[in-house]
Design a protein around this ligand. Structure first.
Ligand SMILES: [Zn+2]
Ligand SMILES: [Zn+2]
Length: 367
């Protein structure tokens, strides 16, 4: 079928809305009409080949939310008319997938970053020229096809422009705090970076009842919002040494740190403010080969841990419906970080994301 997609043709260049062709869903795939999609910094990093050289032309976007329009013959979990959010790709049969940790799928890169579905084919083309498919969905488009495994049904009572960030920012931030770190009522956390992932982590920490939530950034407006969303202490990194500020706020250190900025300087600091037996979790678009120096004696003698996290250890079909409920009942006020744009203003939305003017830009598609 013909669809309208935001095609990316060059590193750093604007995307253009162009007519493309989308294959019919295969037996195990779902055809989805997009209603909304979030924009994530990974979209721009991928456009610019900073993490992975996905061949151009490509259609990015990996926080899609929409309505099922058709299903392949073997699809049983959703049917036309259902509201869904689209998640990351995974194989479904490796050891990680079978133990419900699909974000550590052995074939993760094949399913998400190689420009194809995972089997070498892309459902997207233009006049016969293949177009790279991204993160099992390419949601910067009016329609997509997605394997049933990566499609999560959500209640129709919650607007899809609030739910679409479940596919990446919410899984990464809230999942990181709840699933990966296992933050419990009464524990403390310092969150480095108050972008969409950092603020999702913060809202999750507030939701589970953290005693101290320290938010660290350089942007005063973001820090003010962090305070409104539940930060007990805000630290502006431009005001002086961050480690001292956190230690002043929580003598003895914090139980957890969550580093979202991909800065190795901050990552090191995130280990230095840990309490004994504390854990530093880190996320973000960190290129292969990146190194950081740790004080190993400090980590060892205090029983401190250092933990990489992908997509919040989320098993999307079980975790995302719970987060949708939290959004619906107001305990996870994601609307506070969303700025909406019509699809045709995608380049403005990207510019505002890159400048920091928008925290979570969400594109809305024409009905
Ligand atoms: Zn993302
Ligand atoms: Zn797998």
């Amino acid at each position: 079928m013909n669809i309208l997609a935001a095609v990316s043709r060059k590193i750093g260049a604007p995307m253009h809305l162009e007519e493309c062709q989308l294959e019919e869903p295969r037996d195990d795939e779902v055809l989805v009409r997009l209603i909304a999609t979030g924009i994530c910094h990974t979209d721009m990093a991928m456009r610019d080949h900073k993490i992975y050289p996905i061949p151009h032309p490509a259609v990015f976007g990996h926080e899609g939310g929409g309505i099922v329009e058709g299903v392949g013959r073997s699809v049983t979990s959703v049917r036309p008319g259902d509201h869904v959010v689209l998640s990351f790709g995974f194989c479904g049969h490796c050891q990680a997938c079978e133990s419900h940790h699909p974000s550590y799928c052995e074939h993760f890169d094949d399913y998400n970053f190689h420009g194809t579905r995972g089997d070498g084919g892309t459902p997207l083309s233009q006049e016969g020229t293949p177009i790279s498919f991204f993160q099992a969905q390419s949601s910067f488009a009016t329609h997509t096809v997605c394997n049933e495994r990566h499609v999560v049904q959500v209640p129709k009572t919650i607007p899809l422009d609030l739910l679409c960030p479940l596919g990446c920012a919410v899984q990464t931030g809230a999942g990181g705090v709840i699933n990966s770190l296992g933050l419990k009522f009464g524990q403390s956390i310092a969150i480095f970076g108050t972008g969409s992932v950092g603020l999702c982590a913060l809202m999750a920490a507030k939701m589970v009842g953290a005693s101290e939530i320290i938010a660290i950034d350089r942007n005063p407006a973001r820090l003010a919002l962090a305070k409104e969303l539940g930060a007990t202490v805000i630290v502006n990194a431009t005001d002086g040494p961050v480690v001292e500020a956190v230690r002043r706020a929580v003598p003895g250190g914090v139980d957890f740190t969550f580093e979202t900025t991909a800065s190795m300087t901050l990552l090191r600091q995130a280990t230095e403010v840990l309490a004994r037996r504390g854990t530093c979790g880190f996320v973000g678009g960190i290129p292969a080969g990146t190194e950081v120096t740790l004080d190993v004696e400090w980590m060892m003698t205090g029983g401190r841990s250092f933990r990489g996290i992908i997509l919040g250890d989320s098993d999307p079909k079980s975790f995302l419906p719970k987060m949708a409920k939290a959004i619906e009942n107001g305990s996870f006020p994601i609307d506070r970080i969303i700025t909406r744009y019509p699809f045709e203003r995608i380049n403005d939305a990207i510019a505002d994301s890159e400048s920091g003017k928008s925290i979570k830009a969400v594109l809305q598609f024409p009905a």
